[in-house]
Design a protein around this ligand. Structure first.
Ligand SMILES: [Zn+2]
Length: 924
């Protein structure tokens, strides 16, 4: 699975400790559960018993896309491990019509099944099938269940999605989305990742539709009355959350990989011309992964389907990957280079899951990082290899930087963490699992070397194929291929040379090291102090918001085994002797390590001087790391803001677009903070400073799609910022293009990278805003719709913002799937921030009817409407609201993250506002 939002939106998100309201805590063995009919329910744990395991499901489903319900039946072949009198299955919102049991003998002799007594326990989303006679250990049985249900309204289980054709007709499709715990909404099953089984699926449909599932279709049977029934080949052994089926009327384009796998892209019929990039990318990436993992993709086909209504960004169902339209469809007319980057990334992510996640699955959701961290990390490896022109390693910085902000709060969490209830499990799908997981893997690869790392993961994938694994299994595989290290190495760091000491990598060392990164929360800060020819190096826990001088700081400290200078484990204070005296040192080469570095004494001043004299002596990845670390150190109270700002003074000479983007992002962040708080003298000066300092860069940008991927992304950001800050030439050009576009009735092709800017400037007049809303409804390009929606949300008129929220709540013109992104965009607008905050508080219950509490959507809505606050009154307001929610039984860990973030903002302003004010006066 992948979040629907890019790194910039993936704010701190985490897991809650308490059990959520819909779940009763009945883990106490003295407790008992009562079924809905009043009889005792024989099982009181959230997790299923191990006494019975599923081997095979025969599943038949017949959805009716007119009445919006479905009838279904299944036959589950089970193996009894321990003699038992009941079978517990997961089941949610389904009506069980009949359940029977046959032994192997009954089946052979074609004897009818024995009727089972069914009890339901909705609090645990379980049913119990009580058998008349004991099920005997080591025997196989067959459970047949007839059931029915409604196609769900949200984004989970077996649900309804709709789309509009070019001619304005609304059509309905039926689609599944099961991860993590929603297969039970579509069919009663052993809905835990460890219970892998084979699935044979049959779907009944009308002839105007097609049916898709994990495996290819083996035959279609024509039934009386014109209905058709598709039979799909039996799947490989897999977890329930990976099962998928779709009934729709989509078109497709197909190709074949070099190993003969048929790959198809599906989308609604008017989107044929938007499917080709995805096809090319998925063919390339699938070829790459087969070689890289040295394991062939095990199914004969792979379908990638763009679903009009989808909760996450995409979902890796084996052989039938489902996507949001914006994560799969590339429209040559309206998709920008950032869109291309996103689509490539998401395809790479989901294809990596076909191995990491599907072939080898984590034992339980506490280790979901083994799926998600790896899939995120593999994006880096595979996209770099297949699309080098996208320079994906520069994108990867933000994967790490996005989570560092979160991980430097005390309310962060370890990568592996207990999670039992569905809400807790959903919350595990956060930046810590995805981003930090990927970053520590990248660090480990850097340490072991690419070849050894690759060997290790091949070993892991082969050893655990069609099975489940946990953290230790991964470390075991990586240790297996790692040689004993025993040599000293000369590490050359441009102007300084450092000799590293001997180090040994023993058998268990990888596990010992990595455990400090996966089982404890937070990120280390390496503090370097140079004294003549010797360097003292120390580590501490990096915390923003809690300063070193605060009394609680000491109690929050942790220790990590850091791969430092390639070979040295930094456990406590360490002293290095330099071979020769140097003017500056820079650690964390290429920023591959998941830690920050602070240069005490004159260290930073020497680096700033070097950047100003000749920044090219430091490598680009080191320069970006310095900018990042400096601004984070300011938040941690370890560096003064003027020093960090002075560090950016060399940017006028910087030619690397990713670095310029990083520097700009911090300066822009300061501007937004001042603008939101109405500290107008500072925000005005910042505006003047930005437009003056980057003037030449802004004015030399062409309004086109020319250049490298990163030059194009820089252009988008520079021009957007210039127009937002009211730079006259920018607004003039955008206005001109917008008028031409309107005059052409939306037919004029505007360069894709500036499209959002042109729309945003156009949206500032009432005529422009209204016209954009009309085009929004008509457009069949989700890439364009996204840009229009963003533009509409930048209006300075509150009544227009209110209208957008109403449309988002109604879910017709603006789809419910886009509501969270809409709220996020409005919250970004100073005129809209208070509006959406009030809205969220007043409409909390209605929002919960649309989205699960732990969903990406709800967590985004909460964090985006609150995380920017920076006053004590606002903190109080947010606190009160969260307390009222907790009192109603809604609790998320993100509440704590938000409160800590606001507290940090308050502290930041108190400490740094005077410095910022003065610095601007001196530097303009
Ligand atoms: Zn994923």
């Amino acid at each position: 699975m992948i979040s629907p939002f890019s790194n910039y939106l993936l704010l701190g998100i985490s897991v809650s400790q308490p059990i959520s309201s819909s779940y009763q805590s009945s883990e106490d063995p003295g407790a008992f559960a009562v079924a809905t009919n009043g009889e005792p329910f024989p099982w009181y744990h959230l997790r299923l018993p191990n006494s019975v395991i599923p081997l095979h499901y025969d599943l038949f489903v017949h959805p009716n896309l007119t009445s919006l319900d479905f009838v279904a039946s299944e036959m589950i072949e089970i193996l009894v491990r321990d003699t038992t009198q009941f079978i517990i299955l997961h089941c949610k919102d389904l009506e069980i019509m009949n359940a029977t049991l046959q032994s192997e003998e009954d089946l052979r002799d074609k004897k009818p099944g024995k009727k089972l007594h069914v009890l339901s326990y909705p609090a645990h989303e379980q049913i119990a099938l009580l058998v008349p006679e004991k099920l005997m250990a080591d025997l196989r049985y067959y459970v047949a269940i007839d059931f029915q249900g409604k196609l769900a309204n949200g984004f989970e289980g077996f649900y309804k999605s709709t789309y509009r054709t070019l001619h304005g007709e609304t059509r309905i499709i039926a689609v599944t989305d099961f991860q993590p715990t929603q297969a039970r909404m579509a069919f009663p099953c052993f809905d835990e990742p460890l219970f892998k089984a084979n699935f044979s699926i049959k779907i009944r449909r009308e002839s105007r539709h097609i049916a898709l599932s994990n495996m290819p279709k083996v035959k279609t049977i024509e039934l009386q009355g014109g209905l058709l029934e598709d039979h799909f080949a039996t799947t490989v052994k897999m977890s329930t959350y990976l099962v998928a089926y779709i009934v729709c009327d989509f078109n497709s384009v197909s190709g074949t990989t070099s190993s003969g796998v048929k790959v198809s892209i599906y989308a609604s019929p008017d989107k044929w011309n938007q499917m080709h990039y995805a096809l090319q990318a998925s063919l390339k990436l699938l070829d790459f992964y087969e070689k890289y993992f040295d394991i062939n993709y095990p199914l004969p086909k792979l379908d990638l389907v763009a679903i009009p209504d989808f909760g996450p960004g995409a979902m890796e169902n084996w052989g039938l990957i489902t996507y949001r339209e914006t994560s799969l469809l590339f429209d040559p007319r309206t998709s920008s280079v950032s869109d291309k980057m996103w689509i490539t990334k998401v395809i790479a992510h989901e294809l990596a899951h076909q191995w990491f996640g599907n072939l080898v699955t984590m034992e339980w959701w506490n280790d979901i990082w083994l799926n998600e961290g790896f899939a995120n990390y593999m994006e880096l490896i595979s996209v770099n290899a297949t699309y080098p022109e996208l320079q994906f390693d520069d994108y990867f910085f933000d994967v790490c930087y996005a989570v560092i902000t979160r991980d430097s709060l005390n309310s962060s969490r370890p990568i592996s963490k207990p999670a039992e209830t569905p809400t807790q499990i959903q919350e595990m799908f956060d930046a810590v699992s995805y981003n930090k997981g990927a970053c520590i893997l990248n660090m480990l690869k850097d340490f072991l070397g690419e070849e050894k790392f690759q060997e290790g993961i091949i070993h892991y994938l082969k050893k655990f194929s069609y099975r489940n694994a946990k953290n230790d299994d991964l470390w075991g595989s990586l240790s297996n291929v790692s040689p004993m290290w025993n040599y000293s190495r000369l590490l050359s760091l441009k102007s300084c040379r450092i000799i590293t000491k001997l180090a040994f990598l023993e058998e268990n060392k990888i596990k010992e090291m990595m455990t400090t990164w996966t089982l404890q929360k937070g990120i280390p800060l390496v503090v370097v102090k140079q004294d003549g020819c010797s360097l003292s190096i120390q580590q501490e826990r990096f915390l923003e918001g809690v300063f070193k001088e605060d009394p609680e700081w000491r109690a929050l400290q942790e220790r990590w085994l850091i791969f430092f200078l390639d070979l040295v484990y930094l456990i406590s204070v360490y002293t290095l002797d330099l071979a020769e005296k140097t003017t500056w040192v820079k650690f964390n080469v290429d920023s591959n390590g998941y830690y920050l570095v602070h240069y005490e004494g004159h260290g930073w001043d020497q680096l700033i001087t070097q950047l100003n004299q000749n920044h090219t002596l430091l490598r680009p990845k080191d320069r970006i790391g310095l900018i990042h670390d400096a601004f984070q150190l300011v938040s941690a109270g370890r560096m003064t803001l003027d020093k960090a700002l002075n560090l950016t003074r060399y940017l006028q000479h910087e030619t690397s677009s990713p670095i310029l983007l990083k520097g700009l992002s911090y300066l822009e962040l300061l501007y937004h903070m001042m603008d939101r708080r109405n500290i107008s003298d500072v925000s005005e000066n910042l505006k003047r400073y930005l437009l003056w300092y980057f003037k030449q860069m802004i004015d030399t940008q062409s309004w086109s799609d020319e250049g490298s991927a990163w030059d194009r992304m820089l252009r988008s950001v520079l021009l957007r910022l210039a127009c937002e800050l009211g730079h006259a030439p920018c607004i003039q050009k955008a206005t001109e293009l917008f008028s031409q576009w309107m005059e052409s009735s939306g037919k004029l092709n505007i360069p894709t990278d500036v499209l959002k800017i042109v729309y945003s400037v156009g949206a500032q007049t009432t005529a422009g805003w209204n016209y954009l809303l009309e085009q929004y409804e008509l457009s069949v390009s989700s890439a364009e719709k996204n840009k229009i929606l963003y533009a509409l949300s930048t209006s300075r008129h509150q009544e227009k913002l209110v209208k957008l929220i109403e449309l988002g709540m109604e879910g017709k013109v603006i789809k419910t799937q886009d509501l969270a992104a809409l709220i996020h965009a409005i919250a970004r607008n100073p005129k809209g921030q208070q509006l959406v905050w009030n809205f969220v508080r007043a409409n909390w219950t209605d929002l919960l009817k649309k989205f699960d509490l732990g969903s990406f959507a709800m967590r985004t809505i909460i964090s985006s409407t609150t995380s920017f606050f920076s006053s004590k009154d606002e903190l109080q307001e947010v606190k009160q609201f969260f307390e009222s929610l907790s009192a109603q039984g809604s609790h998320l860990d993100i509440f704590q993250i938000v409160l800590e973030t606001i507290t940090k903002n308050i502290k930041w302003l108190e400490k740094n506002l005077p410095t910022l004010r003065t610095w601007l006066l001196v530097n303009i």
